[in-house]
Design a protein around this ligand. Sequence first.
Ligand code: SF4
Length: 582
Amino acid sequence: MSTQVEEHSNTPSGSAAGTPAATGSNPAGSTPSTLARAKKPARPKKSNGQWKVDGQEPLNKNEIDKAEDNGLNVRERIETVYAKGGFSSIDSDDLHGRFRWWGLYTQRKPGIDGGRTAKLEPHELEDEYFMMRIRTDGGQLSLAQLRTIADISNDFARGSADLTDRQNIQLHWVEIENVPEIWRRLEAVDMQTTEACGDVPRGFLGSPVAGIAADELIDPTPTIKEITSRYIGDPSLSNLPRKYKTAITGHPSQDVLHEINDCSLVAVEHPEHGIGYDLWVGGALSVVPRFAERLGAWVAPDQAVDVWLGVTEIFRDYGYRRLRNKARMKFLLADWGPEKFREVLETEYLGYKLADGPAPKKPEVAGDHVGVHRQKDGRFYIGTSLIAGRASGTLLHQIADIAEKFGTDRIRLTPHQKILLLDIAETEVDDVVAELDTIGLSSRKDLFRRSVMACTGIEFCKLAIVETKQTAIDAVTRLEERLADIDELPHPISLHINGCPNSCARIQTADIGLKGQIVTTDDGEQVAGFQVHVGGGLASKDRDEAGLGRTVRGLKVTVDGLNDYVEKLVRRFLAGREETET
Ligand code: SF4
C-alpha cells in the first residue's frame, strides 16, 4: 500500500526507536528487563482518510460537513430560506463550506489592511457580499451569454466582472437575495455556477482556439461538453478530498497549463493509432508546487471521458482526506508514482489497458493567442489583452457590440486572462483591431500587457495581504512608458502578481512571479510588498520544459518599488542575455 506523506515524518524508524540508546533516556533504577516491559507498543499507523483503504469515517471538520450534507444540497436552502431571510439567516456551515459548491464565497470587508489579515477571525474579515464564480468550461461564450453576464454584472454586482486564469468570470458585491435570479438568468443561456468552487471538479480549462485553429490536432470540445454535461452536479463526484482541476487541449501550443492541473489531456499523434491524448496527472501549484507527470498512456478520443472519470474516481477513493493541506491529487501521485497510478486506473477503474504513447512535441507557437491568426476556415481570430483580467459589465457589453457589428457570435476566454473574438472576415480584421483599441483592448504583442496576470488580491480576497489588480494595471502602464525604447522582447516576459503565498496567479511559473507579503523597508517600516520568484515557466516555444521560478534570498520589493525593480531586471536581462537565452 502507499506510503503516506505524514507518516514518513512521524513514524519512528526501525527497532531502535524506543530504546534508551535511541531516546537518550534511562530512568534512574531501571533495569534492562523493566525497560523491556515498559517499551511502548508500536504506534498504529494513522489513517490518511483514503476511503478505499481506511473507510469513510470523516477525520476533520471539512470532511464531517461534507459527509453530513452534500454541498450541492445547499442550493435549495439558498432559494427557499437564505435569499428570503437575508445574510443573517445563513447557517455558518453552509456559508463557509457548502456555498462554494455553487460558486459563492464571502468577500473581504473593505478597508482591512493586509498586515491584519492573519490576526482576524473569518467573521471579522468577511463582508455580507459574495464573490460569485461563473463557469465557462473551455472558455467558450456566445454573445447572448456574454450579454447576460454583462447585464447581471450591472444589475447585481456593481458592474464588476473579472476574467480569471481558469477561464471563469468572477462577479463581486453579489447579495444573497439576488442569487436565485442570477441563476435563473444564467441557466436561461445554458450557463452555471455549479461546482465552480469547492471539493469538486472545477471549471475545465480548454484550448481557447478549439475547433477553429488552422494548426489544431483535435477539437476537444465534444469531450469537454460530454464530461461536464454528465458529471458536473453529479453527487457521486461532489465530495472529493479537495479541489480538482482539469485541462484539455488539442492545440500544439499546449495552451491549457497541463503541467499544473490534476488531470490533463494533451493532444498527441501516436505513430500507429493516430491523434489522441497524452495523459498527465497530479500537477498543482499553491505553497507546495508540483508538476503533473505523464502516465505514458495514449488515450483514444473515444476513451477520454472514461479516462477522466477513472482518474477522478481514483482521487475520490484514494485521495488523502485527513489533512486539508495534503489532500490534493499531487500528494497521492508523489507517493504512488505514475506506474502504480496507471495500473490502478487500468485494472480497478477502466477494465482495459491503455496503449503506450509518445510525449507531445515541444510547442512551436505561443499559447496565449494574442494577435491576429488565421482560422482553418479562412476567417481570423483576434486575441486581445485586457490587463490582468479586469473587465466590467460595461466593457463586456462593448465587446459584444463590436463582435455583433462584425458578424461574429463567438467569444473565447483564455487561461491567461485574455479574450478572443472569432470568425472575423479578412477584410475587417484591421477595423476590429482598431475598435477593440478604442475600448482599451490591445491586439498587439505589447511588452507587458500581454503577459501580466494578477489574482483577486486585497480588494476582495479574505486571504490577501497585498493589492494586486490595480498594482498590475499601474505596472503595465508605467513599465510600457519607461521601456518605450525597447521595440520587442525576445519573448514576452510574464509578470504574475499574487496577493498572498497561495498561487492563484501562478507565481512559480512566471518569468517574474510576485508573492504578496508584508516587507520591511530600509527604514524599518512594514509595508505591502512581494517576495520575488524569477525564471519560472511552463513548456512553451521559448523553453523545453516546465520549471519553477526561484526565490533569491532577500529578494523582496515593496509595491512602490515594483516598477523600478522590474525595469532594472528587464534591462539587465536584455543586456546580458545570450542569443538563445530566454
Ligand atoms: Fe487570494 Fe492569495 Fe489567491 Fe490572491 S493568491 S486570490 S490573495 S488566496
